[in-house]
Design a protein around this ligand. Sequence first.
Ligand code: AKG
Ligand code: FE2
Length: 505
Amino acid sequence: MPSEPMNKKRRRKRRGNTSPPLPLPLPLPLPSSSPSSEQEQEEEQEQEEVGLVGFHLKPSASSKSHTIQPLGNLLLLSGSSSNARDPGLGSLRLLPDDLLLDILTLLPAPDLARLAAVSKPLYVFSTHEPLWRNLVLSDLGGDFLFNGSWRSTYSGLVFPHPSISIRDFYSDYLFQSWLCANLDMRPEWLCTDNIDRRRGISVDEFIARFEEPNRPVLLEGCIDAWPAISKWAPDWLIRTCGDKRFAVGPVKMTMERYFRYAAAAREERPLYLFDPRFAEKAPELGSDYEVPVFFREDLFGVLGEQRPDYRWIIIGPAGSGSSFHVDPNSTSAWNAVIKGSKKWIMFPPEVVPPGVHPSPDGAEVACPVSIMEWFMNFYSVCRKWKKKPVECVCKAGEVVFVPNGWWHLVINLEDSIAITHNFVSRRNLLNVLDFLKKPNASELVSGTKDRTSLHDKFKNAIEAAYPGTIDELILKAKEKIAREKKPTFWESVADANVGGFKFSF
Ligand SMILES: O=C(O)CCC(=O)C(=O)O
Ligand SMILES: [Fe+2]
């Protein structure tokens, strides 16, 4: 069972080797303020010991609770120190940490629990939370009550799960995983806000300035009248549809259980509630918002029940989000924040974000497992690029327009609730038809079972509902290309209208 949330997107691969090893010594600057209380001093001293100086940890992260240090710290210590990782591993010590963990994913829960009692390092590896998360999701589906950690959620009363503290264990892989779960977003990752913002623009202006040129924009003030803005909050959602089951990563969970999990989740990549059938499951949710006026043309609507998935409710705790992807079927999207706030990073279609490796056929994307890992290792890289990403923080009541083909990454800065729709208008109809016709459509098309025949069905339905529209758009597109095409030297010298000089013998 896949452990990664699929959201509305295509297959995503686990990171191969996208993250460089943690640099040595750990790279972040010393905090400028001096610790105020004795307890803070003590905590800083402890963070210093394990190499955490300058990292901005979440308030919920106790440095006392983690046992793993980066490998570089071992090299800096005196000769008598050794890594507690190796002695208790036997010949397994030769395996890199990620491979060892991959092997442990093959074990059923009772064996993993037993292995934790064998030696200190096997305790560390077999209590690695993502292993237990996989076991919970594959063995229990969404029918679990999150109990503060995945191991105790699974084990409950079934297996003993003692906690022991080990301080001389060094592993970059495990340290990075812990760090990504406990690091706060750094202020320099949040301060760039270079998206175009508009309030009160007309639909024509939106089309001319943003949709036609395929540029992102953040729209303010266009969802103020949504009942959802004042109503939707965890308590209200639990009262209204707490017992209904929604899509959460690879499983289905009741809204109530999901909120219980989300309130306690402290992990690298929190589970995300991302459900395309929310309005059918809870019709009151569907009637608490309406499509903003800019996005009312919805050509996939001609397919009725057979249209691909197009709308989602999105709920997640701070730190959850969507790693880099391009939206499905070459559609454009809008994403409205109802509660919380989201940091967006977007790259135009021709710029592949750093750390992201799409397969040549576009069917798969390999990128860092966690969004935090992307910020730690790649954010500063693209800040130096000539083609800088478009960035913003989208707050409750605001809407981001995501043009088709744009890469985007989103992280929730607070516990957030949002609605997103993907749509086809006349501005992107030809793109969508082209996409659906690709030779590997069976791999690329998503949100429907009917991947290979979607093109013909959609094209015929558009022809029937809007006769002549496709030909008209093709003609317009050709005219546009001709207008934009630079004349060659010979064209310009032969044609006085384009302003070039003429030969005159
Ligand atoms: O809110 C999010 O996590 C972003 C979802 C997304 O990628 C989208 O709406 O296209
Ligand atoms: Fe998206």
